[in-house]
Write a protein that binds this ligand. Structure first.
Ligand code: CO
Length: 151
């Protein structure tokens, strides 16, 4: 168990494209465990590997008691629209409004390398989109309207 330091906006690591995960061994499992501890401590809804300085296509989301670890995620389908507030653990103290799909289908690998698909809606879909953007060096502030210092 370990809490990792969350990188803040301005650090170039947040702007890089992450590499595919090919190692499903102990090092990756340790990273996932640490990311979960870090997310719980930060009281966030999601965390992507580059936010702890690791350029791998990995993120975790924890929404309404549903916890997912997604490695090499690919959004296959998306539909509808939702528009609402987002924040980011790498952009402390700011919020902004972003348009996201209302519903999506994502395929990914779990920590053991097994392939899964998930259909997500509403907040979970929003969180997956936000975290997936991190894997391509994109931050929500790039897309947000009405960026502000209060929710
Ligand atoms: Co974020």
């Amino acid at each position: 168990m370990a809490i990792r330091k969350i990188v803040q906006i301005g650090d170039e690591v947040l702007r890089k494209r992450c590499f595919e995960v090919s190692d499903f061994g102990e090092k990756t499992k340790q990273l996932l465990d640490d990311m979960r501890d870090t997310l719980i401590k930060a009281e966030g809804a999601g965390l992507a590997a580059p936010q702890v300085g690791v350029l791998r296509r990995i993120f975790i989301v924890d929404v309404d008691g549903e916890y997912y670890e997604m490695l090499n995620p690919v959004i296959l389908e998306q539909s509808g629209k939702q528009y609402g507030v987002e924040g980011c653990l790498s952009v402390v103290g700011k919020w902004g409004d972003v348009e996201r799909p209302k519903k999506l289908k994502v395929k990914y690998q779990d920590r053991n390398g097994n392939y899964k698909t998930l259909v997500a809606e509403d907040f979970l879909a929003k969180a997956i989109c936000h975290e997936n953007d991190h894997l391509n060096g994109v931050l929500y502030v790039d897309k947000a309207d009405n960026l502000r210092t209060e929710v």
